[in-house]
Design a protein around this ligand. Structure first.
Ligand SMILES: NC(=O)c1ccc[n+]([C@@H]2O[C@H](COP(=O)([O-])OP(=O)(O)OC[C@H]3O[C@@H](n4cnc5c(N)ncnc54)[C@H](O)[C@@H]3O)[C@@H](O)[C@H]2O)c1
Ligand SMILES: [Zn+2]
Length: 444
């Protein structure tokens, strides 16, 4: 039944073929129009009927009737989850703590790099800008088909380090109970929330959760975090009502490898990507045909034996690629596709790195498996996909901060600027601007 593990090796020899290659990696959008309509209906309903609508959609889509009087996951559920995990799986709790520590250390490093700006003016005043935390943000933790405590850490920690006033987490509820007052939310997510000190977690998922965050009582300034196509589309439609982090779609990995790479390592990295989702894309490009052939064999045997072979069969068949190409074309493909993750399994990765600016995250050298990034080496795992890495950045502390311009003119600066400002204002046909400046000019 699963006969798609064997991926043929294709040759890329001509730069003119690049657009076709990149286009072949775009994921199916056949249901896009349906998704758009469904999400517009849910958001419209939540906008007009508020919480009642969000509760109705939750019941319909997730099979849980929430109690509006006890909407948040209770503090005792958080505490209980952490106590149980500490007692029953101390080594898992320890791993969670290491991840949290690493992600926090990285976020703090990021914050320390963001400096305010102050430039002196000749008359004694200043112009500048400062970084300001957002007031209220919503973070989406996916929870339909799997649980993502790592994503909770990746979305909440940068917001905490940024100094956001109020952080409201949302994640889908489940009909199967976990802990009392938890609405079926995964105990590991709850334990992670407790460890992070997250106080508000609402058991609501999909477009209705995002609609309620934006139009409802939290009235958030920004929503962040990954999710399925309904989540991504809701963010797209809410942009303008509030800010969004980025539009994260199905995950992607491009491995650039030479003869120094271990075929088993490369194959396992590709499988780690492909196992996420039938829409995931895992691509290997190498100038070494022997390596490509060895990886093809490793992929086939490892996928056949995998507990996730059903997903692997779909993602590898649709978006798995083994490409024979020289260094120059490999780099050109990476720059044109701008994949979410890029692994450099080559002997001299530092020599490749300068040209590879488009990818969301680069894993430099064979020791740097992408899985370390997913689980908290430090950098955030919420990354731009679907070619948006060309112009947007990973989720981070800056996502939750905004810049504010500051103008503090001394009287002498105002006097010096007024004549030329007046001239420009007149030329633009805005006389009151000129007069406003001029009043300062004549002021003693
Ligand atoms: N990029 C990243 O960093 C990252 C990290 C973790 C997860 N993810 C991605 O997040 C996604 C998680 O998806 P998921 O589905 O498991 O969880 P999810 O929480 O994103 O979606 C579940 C919600 O979708 C809504 N929904 C489901 N079917 C619907 C329908 N027919 N109509 C309207 N709404 C509907 C429901 O409200 C449900 O609560 C995956 O694609 C995964 O790859 C990405
Ligand atoms: Zn992954």
């Amino acid at each position: 039944m699963y006969r798609c593990y064997f991926i043929p090796i294709a040759d890329l020899t001509d730069r003119a073929e690049l657009p076709r290659w990149v286009a072949s990696l775009t994921r199916s959008s056949e249901t896009e129009e349906d998704t758009r309509r469904t999400v517009a209906a849910i958001l419209g309903d939540v906008r007009s009927r508020g919480l009642d609508a969000a509760l109705d959609w939750t019941e319909r889509l997730d099979g849980v009737r929430l109690d509006p009087a006890a909407l948040r996951v209770s503090a005792t559920a958080f505490a209980e989850a952490r106590t149980r995990l500490d007692r029953e799986r101390p080594e898992l709790m320890a791993a969670l703590r290491v991840m949290i520590g690493n992600v926090r250390r990285f976020a703090e490093g990021q914050r320390a790099c963001l400096h305010d700006l102050e430039l002196p003016l000749p008359g004694g005043g200043t112009v500048g800008e400062r970084w300001c935390p957002l007031g209220t943000v919503g973070v989406y933790i996916p929870g339909g088909r799997a649980f993502y405590p790592s994503t909770l850490a990746m979305t909440v920690i940068p917001a905490q380090v940024a100094g956001v006033g109020r952080i409201v987490g949302v994640t889908p509820p489940r009909p199967q109970p976990t802990l009392p007052g938890a609405w079926g939310v995964d105990p590991l997510v709850l334990a992670c929330a407790a460890e992070l000190g997250l106080e508000e977690l609402i058991p609501m998922g999909g477009a209705q959760a995002l609609g309620w965050l934006a139009y409802g009582e939290p009235a958030v300034d920004l929503v962040a975090g990954p999710g399925n196509r309904f989540v991504a589309e809701a963010k797209r439609q809410l942009l303008g009502v509030c800010g969004i982090d980025a539009l994260a779609g199905p995950t992607e990995l491009l491995v650039l490898a030479d003869g120094s790479a271990d075929p088993a390592w490369v194959a396992e990295d590709l499988l780690a990507q492909a196992e996420h989702d039938p829409d995931a894309a895992a691509v290997l490009v190498s100038g070494d045909r022997t390596l490509l052939e060895a990886v093809a064999t490793e992929l086939a045997t490892r996928a056949e034996a995998s507990p996730r072979r059903e997903i692997l069969a779909q993602s590898l068949a649709r978006h798995g690629r083994l490409v024979h190409a020289g260094k120059e074309l490999a780099i050109a493909l990476a720059q044109a596709w701008a994949p979410e993750h890029l692994e450099l399994c080559v002997g001299d990765p530092e020599a490749w790195l300068p040209a590879l600016t488009a990818a969301g995250a680069v894993f430099i050298g064979s020791a740097s498996a992408e899985a370390f990034g997913d689980y908290g080496a430090g950098p955030n795992h919420v990354l731009p996909t679907s070619r948006t890495a060309r112009y947007t950045s990973p989720l981070g502390v800056a996502t939750y901060l905004k810049r504010q311009s500051l103008l503090a003119l001394a009287p002498a600066d105002a006097r010096a600027m007024a004549p030329w400002v007046n001239r420009l204002a007149e030329a633009e046909g805005l006389p009151h601007h000129g007069r406003s400046a001029d009043l300062r000019h004549h002021h003693p």
